[in-house]
Design a protein around this ligand. Structure first.
Ligand code: CA
Length: 222
């Protein structure tokens, strides 16, 4: 029986990937870097810092990039994302969260590589009464992002639950990789353009098309 539910954010709780991808594409181009929407989906789950450093490493290997530059770059990308319309709640997400919350002894955690200071406000606005700051693992709590297992390990350790009672909900191959490396049961909600073959190497425990399908699947996790 699952009691700890570890939710990834972008592409799971928020339908934010299209605008993230567009914002990355525009701001990378401003800095002379080639970056497509597909690159965004492929690297989804990494911290923004890693996305920026990877792009420089691959395309300008001799360029020294300071921490200040990375911060400024990240800020610029964030502004563009907001300008493009930001994130909207994923259809079906609130219903899933409410259904889990109504089950006895369950914990709902957020596990994201995001480092937005306004995250809790956004979550409370979109999903009132679900998330608390103490149950959020963000880039602040865990600077080592997915695909490393640390963010999910940290959520699991903090939950105090045995691993077999925990369930990760992810939409990205790197997120699945992180959850697998942490040894956790993982459900994929494939809300983006990728196919099963992109996830197959890490064998998700369930592969669902969207959050509405997860709502129907929840009884199987109890
Ligand atoms: Ca995601």
């Amino acid at each position: 029986m699952k009691k700890g539910f570890f939710f990834d954010m972008d592409g799971v709780l928020f339908d934010s990937l299209p605008n993230h991808a567009r914002a990355w594409e525009i701001v990378m181009a401003r800095h002379g870097l080639h970056f497509t929407k597909e690159d965004c989906y492929r690297q989804e789950g990494c911290t923004s810092r890693d996305v920026i450093l990877n792009a420089y490493k691959q395309q300008m290997p001799d360029r020294q990039v300071s921490l200040e530059e990375v911060e400024a770059f990240y800020h610029e990308k964030g502004e563009k994302f907001v300008e493009l319309g930001g994130a909207h709640p994923m259809p079906g997400a609130y219903e899933v969260l409410q259904a889990i919350r109504s089950m006895p002894d369950t914990q709902i955690w957020l596990v994201t590589g995001s480092a937005q200071l306004t995250l809790l406000d956004q979550l409370n606005h979109a999903f009132p009464g679900i998330f608390v700051r103490e149950r959020m693992i963000t880039a602040f709590e865990c600077p080592h992002g997915k695909p490393r297992p640390e963010p999910y390990l940290k959520a699991w350790e903090s939950s105090g639950l045995p691993k077999e009672e925990c369930c990760v909900i992810e939409n990205a191959p790197l997120g699945l990789q992180a959850a697998r490396a942490a040894g956790l049961f993982t459900v994929i909600v494939n809300t983006g353009p990728l196919g099963y073959e992109d996830f197959a190497p890490w064998k998700p425990d369930a592969f669902l098309p969207d959050m509405r399908a997860l709502l129907d699947y929840l009884p199987k996790l109890r």
